[in-house]
Write a protein that binds this ligand. Structure first.
Ligand code: SF4
Length: 194
């Protein structure tokens, strides 16, 4: 059973990129999508085969699904590490602020040891988003979790430095897979033969 499950929950998307890997776009409808209950049942079936996989919930644009949080928390509560693969354009200031509160609650409730924030879709960053990133990583650190920011573009890094946001204690990686490698526990040492 694979450890990593990339799940395209919808073909709806607010963008219509020429290079799209599943021809997603605004003209797609929700009619052919799995229901919330079906997604939860499939999640349970996957978790019965692998108790702690990593779920990348993507699309299309997964934030267009009203039940995204329900599906994500169902998987997270049962042991999966959940990552949302979004194009980032629907992450409003309000949603980012809500994410900060939600994240603190989730870390505390689950005892999570790591948080991966994928900002590869961010081409520019303003002071609000920059401060939120710093704040999320600070809260995670206090709660005992390491934050890994993945996919940071050069312009974003330059802006964060210009804003004086050092993101202390944050680790960075090229992509989600590399970020998860950074959080993976070290392999157990074999006991010495007597
Ligand atoms: S943002 Fe992603 S899912 Fe949406 S159209 Fe572009 S490539 Fe496809």
């Amino acid at each position: 059973m694979p450890h990593l499950v990339a799940w395209n929950l919808t073909r709806r998307c607010n963008l219509e990129c020429a290079h799209c890997y599943i021809a997603a776009g605004p003209s797609e409808s929700a009619s052919s999508e799995l229901t919330t209950a079906e997604c939860q049942r499939i999640t349970d079936e996957i978790l019965s085969l692998n108790a702690s996989p990593m779920f990348i919930l993507s699309g299309g644009e997964p934030l267009l699904r009203d039940d995204l949080c329900t599906i994500a928390s169902h998987a997270s509560r049962r042991g999966a590490t959940v990552v949302i693969g979004t194009n980032g354009t629907l992450l409003t200031d309000e949603r980012i602020a809500a994410l900060q509160d939600d994240l603190a609650t989730k870390i505390s409730a689950t005892g999570a040891k790591g948080v991966v924030i994928d900002i590869s879709a961010l081409e520019i960053v303003d002071s609000f988003v920059g401060r939120m990133l710093a704040s999320i990583s600070g809260i995670s650190r206090i709660l005992g979790a390491t934050t890994v920011v993945v996919g940071m573009q050069p312009a974003v890094a330059i802006t964060l430095v210009e804003l004086g946001l050092s993101l202390e204690g944050v680790r960075t990686a090229l992509n989600v897979e590399r970020g998860m490698e950074l959080l993976a526990p070290p392999p157990k040492e074999k006991p010495l033969a007597r």
